[in-house]
Ligand binder design. Structure first.
Ligand SMILES: NC(=O)C1=CN([C@@H]2O[C@H](COP(=O)(O)OP(=O)(O)OC[C@H]3O[C@@H](n4cnc5c(N)ncnc54)[C@H](OP(=O)(O)O)[C@@H]3O)[C@@H](O)[C@H]2O)C=CC1
Ligand SMILES: O=C[C@H](O)[C@@H](O)[C@@H](O)[C@H](O)C(=O)O
Length: 312
């Protein structure tokens, strides 16, 4: 069953193919979404300090554990070091663990390869007087990674990884690491296949986790003609095709929902896409590449070139 697939990380641990996303899951909704997801079989939960909901995510996890039907060690919990914590990595981890009410994380990611001023006018989103983000350009993401490597000795994180890393950023990082990131979490869907990063990471032994696989809130992907065609052929929803595509590619995938029926369907309806389904979607990706028609839904206003070819 596609829903039970797990992928091996370079640490030897396994990551469940499908995770519940929690970005923009509102207070009052997200604890219920998390406990419901676990009760219907999800074993992988993704959050981040900057989502402001780790506390409720932790509440949802505790509710699920309290049923006695699932143990902490069966869950895979990921959170992310926020940009304003690059110069205080241990503090960032401890803050997240405290919020979540957990003793350890299965995966701790550097959210973006960019530091923001830790002493700015806001703990999470410091800004300059002109309204732009208060970036600390003197602090390298490689320095942050070296601090993250040290966390492995504390036993408080089972694995460390990165997020939003392009090929040029990985090329800068990898020759300087002692620990190769276990994961690179990137925006990924047929309208932004990022094949060059997927291929690079495969060679480097870095697992890809796809975010915004449904095209995030208000997505146009559900009506993209080739996705609809494959969905009709296989008798499932476009959402199912969009999620199953990553698993066929060897990536794990995060689907955010606070709607119980969608949380269930996003897991139970997953299918194995066959060669012909994959070829139809590949053709769509090729066509977008040829017309420079890729769509990136998540590109926060950092004002920095992250090395993604569609955003140079
Ligand atoms: N590392 C990073 O920088 C980033 C990480 N992420 C992670 O990835 C997760 C997923 O990405 P996200 O951007 O949230 O967006 P998704 O692509 O998961 O889309 C979420 C949207 O799709 C809706 N939806 C979910 N399931 C279905 C369905 N079966 N049919 C129709 N609509 C559906 C949800 O609505 P509803 O909830 O109302 O059901 C919500 O509006 C995030 O939540 C976060 O955990 C995301 C962005 C950046
Ligand atoms: O994880 C999701 C996204 O990366 C999100 O954390 C950022 O887009 C953030 O809201 C920002 O504005 O920088």
């Amino acid at each position: 069953m596609a829903a039970n697939i797990r992928f091996k990380l370079n640490t030897g641990a396994e990551i469940p193919a499908l995770g519940l996303g929690t970005w923009k899951s509102e207070p009052g909704e997200v604890a219920r979404a998390v406990s419901h997801a676990i009760s219907v079989g999800y074993r992988h939960i993704d959050t981040a300090l900057c989502y402001g909901n780790e506390h409720e995510v932790g509440q949802g996890i505790r509710e699920a554990l309290a049923t006695g039907k699932v143990k902490r060690e069966e869950l895979f919990v990921t959170t992310k070091l926020w940009c304003s914590f690059h110069a205080r990595v241990e503090e960032g981890l401890e803050e997240s663990l405290k919020n979540l009410g957990l003793d350890y994380l299965d995966l701790f990611l550097m959210h973006w390869p960019l530091a923001m001023n830790p002493k700015g006018n806001h703990n999470i989103f410091p800004k300059l007087p002109d309204g732009s983000r208060d970036i600390d350009h003197s602090h390298s993401h490689v320095t942050t990674w070296k601090s993250m490597e040290k966390l492995l000795d504390t036993g408080r994180v089972k694995a460390i990884g990165v997020s939003n890393y392009s090929v040029p950023y990985l090329e800068e990082l990898l020759p300087q690491v002692s620990v190769v990131p276990a994961v690179n979490q990137i925006e990924n869907h047929p309208s932004l296949p990022q094949q060059e990063i997927v291929d690079f990471c495969k060679k480097a032994g870095i697992h890809i986790t796809a975010y915004s696989p449904l095209g995030s809130t208000g997505s146009p992907l559900f009506t993209a003609e080739p996705i609809v065609a494959v969905a009709q052929k296989r008798g499932v929803s476009p959402a199912t095709i969009l999620l199953s595509w990553h698993i066929a590619r060897g990536s794990s995938v995060l689907a955010k929902s606070v709607t119980p029926a969608r949380i269930e369907a996003n897991r139970t309806d997953l299918i194995h896409l066959d060669d012909s389904d994959m070829a139809t979607i590949a053709q769509y990706c090729d066509q977008l590449a040829a017309t420079k028609g890729f769509q990136r839904f998540v590109f926060p206003p950092f004002g920095v070139n992250f090395g993604f070819p569609d955003k140079l």
